[in-house]
Design a protein around this ligand. Sequence first.
Ligand SMILES: Nc1ncnc2c1ncn2[C@@H]1O[C@H](COP(=O)(O)OP(=O)(O)OP(=O)(O)O)[C@@H](O)[C@H]1O
Ligand SMILES: [Mg+2]
Length: 243
Amino acid sequence: MAQLEVREVAVQFGGLRALSGASLEVEAGQVTGLIGPNGAGKTTLFNVICGIQSPDSGSVVLDGQDLGDTKPYRRGRLGIARTFQRLEVFGSLSVHQNVLVAAEIHRRGRSESPQSVADAALERVGLAHVRDERVDSLPTGLARLVELGRAIACQPKVLLLDEPSSGLSEDETDAFAALLGELTDDGLGILLVEHDVALVMSVCARIFVLDFGQILASGTPDEVRAHPQVQAAYLGNMPVDAA
Ligand SMILES: Nc1ncnc2c1ncn2[C@@H]1O[C@H](COP(=O)(O)OP(=O)(O)OP(=O)(O)O)[C@@H](O)[C@H]1O
Ligand SMILES: [Mg+2]
């Protein structure tokens, strides 16, 4: 059984069908990719999974349980965490405070102290050396890691990352790919939305391609890369050996 399942989700904004019957699965201990052109519906699908956006039809299933109209904060407690396409951090707070806020919110029912959860999350994403810096004084690459650290401090089962590598240098992107591998080794399931196709191809076990609100193709990186419709819709300009 997949850890997270999205089943036939449809979302309409006025006359626009942002999602029409999109389904995908995220397995524990793997990075699953979600790619597709601008406006395909990727962020909308994240919002549906998190409970910020109610679908017109379809369902989100976590560990075999249909989440129905479960509120976003409850979904967080059940183990769904995310980062945002536009960086969402508290700029005037320190790195440590940003992560501690998340650990405090999710402390209920846990034996570990929020402090030790926050410290472990900072250690995990490699930010211990800047823990007392204000976040708005950090370069983008480190600020993105703060957001990731905060998501990890929720101790999620499934982590949704919306374009996490935007604003990262090539070296930072390589380090980020390695970090994703470490997180999945710990059993976390990751759903990665990303326009950096080379990154997606290198870290994902499975990739879903979304186009006009529908899943156009899914499979291993090699299968997706070879798919003719995917080539036409999305990968047209990508060199074949980009991975
Ligand atoms: N709250 C909203 N109200 C109306 N239309 C919306 C809303 N949110 C998204 N849309 C529209 O739904 C479609 C899907 O948007 P979405 O942000 O999910 O795409 P995306 O795949 O994340 O794109 P990008 O790669 O540019 O981030 C777009 O046409 C967008 O303009
Ligand atoms: Mg988006």
